[in-house]
Design a protein around this ligand. Structure first.
Ligand code: SAH
Length: 392
């Protein structure tokens, strides 16, 4: 079969409705026919009455079988990819301020499903999440357009072996795609950080928290505790406003980078290697007090099925933090689990406040930084919650 010169995928009524509602995914259970469509192909999508719905990228392995890339037929995929990259770069020029580290491409939210590109000063880091973005010709177009537009010193690729396995892609190691440079110093809100292309989590830093660091610093004061501090993103921002800052993380390598970052900024911060749950229980029990506490744990709910356990985890952390905050204190509490909705998260924090007999006022109800745009029709693009609360 052929539609506008593309291999054809036929979707069910439910799948078609999802697309007309503006979503860009169709799950495998809603695919009626995709005969002989190769992995990662650009396809034409039709509904059960053969009506043309647009062009999409196809995966033979993922539960998300198609990700839409255009509403019309795509004749020139290379040209479209180049245009989308230019638009993503232009969008950042409009919304990003005060940093040389930010996300340049955020997958679906930039109409480039399956592609992540982050900038750290003069280095770019790229992640490929789907069969379509892994096609050699597609990779070449992406690297060439990024090079032409941004002239980075180097482009590296961070590989998540689990993602490649799920997409049934051959194993591949992280490595340089262009240039030779692998380390840099980047800055956000005037705070400087070390960057190593092939170390740490995500592509190296939690860029989505950048605007929240600055917001938290505005209200922070006194003695501060940054729980799940990683490389010290919050701790280093708080340091200019607080008398004393302590960062806690269970990862020694993360704390070693945090310590180098503190030195880079001429700050004294105490780093503690510990399990946050144990440390908070012990400190709260021992009557330790703080004026500012940040909670930024890893995603507890990786899927809908462990939502209840995740909510219990968030509640426990917030309970302990509220126990330790002095009256007039500031709680900065985050969740990066998409499956925990903003309403769920508010409810959990509110329950913790009730149990601890504390009153909470929302100073700011925040989300991910603007370089991680939220596409309104694709709720999955909105995942980060960051509440700044005044505690009395
Ligand atoms: N706040 C950080 C990002 C935190 S990511 C920033 O803005 O950059 C989550 C961090 O939690 C990781 O560094 C991970 O090492 C740490 N972590 C995971 N489980 C932990 C636990 N049980 N106790 C302490 N730290 C933990």
């Amino acid at each position: 079969m052929d539609s506008h010169g593309l291999p054809v995928v036929k979707v069910s009524r439910r799948g078609a409705n999802r697309l007309t509602d503006g979503h860009v995914w169709v799950y495998r259970s809603d695919i009626l026919a995709a005969d002989g469509v190769p992995p990662g192909a650009l396809v034409g999508v039709i509904d059960d009455r053969e009506k043309f719905l647009g062009a999409a990228l196809y995966s033979t392995a993922s539960q998300i079988a198609i990700r839409m890339i255009a509403k019309d037929a795509v004749k020139d995929l290379d040209g479209l990819l180049r245009k989308r990259l230019q638009e993503a770069i232009a969008y950042r020029e409009r919304v990003v301020r005060g940093t040389d580290a930010y996300r340049i491409v955020f997958s679906e939210a930039d109409f480039l499903p399956g592609l992540i590109v982050d900038r750290y000063n003069d280095l770019l880091s790229l992640q490929v999440l789907t069969q379509a973005m892994d096609v050699e010709a597609v990779r070449e177009v992406i690297v060439s357009e990024l090079t032409e537009r941004l002239r980075p010193a180097a482009i590296s690729e961070r590989v998540d072996p689990r993602v490649r396995e799920l997409e049934q892609l051959p194993a591949r190691s992280s490595g340089l795609l262009q240039g030779e440079k692998t380390s840099a110093v980047f800055s956000m809100n005037g705070v400087r950080f070390h960057y190593e292309a092939f170390e740490g989590q995500k592509t190296g830093a939690f860029l989505d928290q950048r605007e929240n660091y600055a917001a938290a610093a505005e209200y922070a004061r006194g003695e501060a505790l940054d729980v799940f501090c990683y490389h010290g993103g919050f701790a280093l921002h708080l340091a200019s406003h607080c008398a004393k800052v302590t960062g806690v993380d269970s990862s020694r390598p993360a704390l070693e980078v945090a310590d180098r970052n503190a030195a880079l900024n001429g700050r004294e911060i105490e780093w503690i290697e510990a399990n946050a749950f144990d440390l908070l229980r012990d400190y709260a029990g021992a009557g330790q007090r703080y004026d500012t506490i940040v909670l930024d744990p890893p995603a507890f709910a990786k899927s809908k099925s462990n939502l209840e356990t995740a909510l219990r985890g968030y509640k426990e952390l917030n309970l302990r933090a509220l126990k330790m905050l002095r009256p007039g204190g500031i709680l900065v509490t985050c969740s990066c689990s998409y499956h925990v909705s903003p309403a769920d998260f508010l409810e959990v924090v509110s329950q913790a406040a009730r149990d601890m007999h504390r009153n909470l006022r929302i100073v700011e109800n925040r989300t991910q930084a603007k370089d991680h745009p939220v596409l309104l029709a694709v709720p999955e693009t909105a995942y980060l919650k960051c509440l700044i609360l005044a505690v009395s």
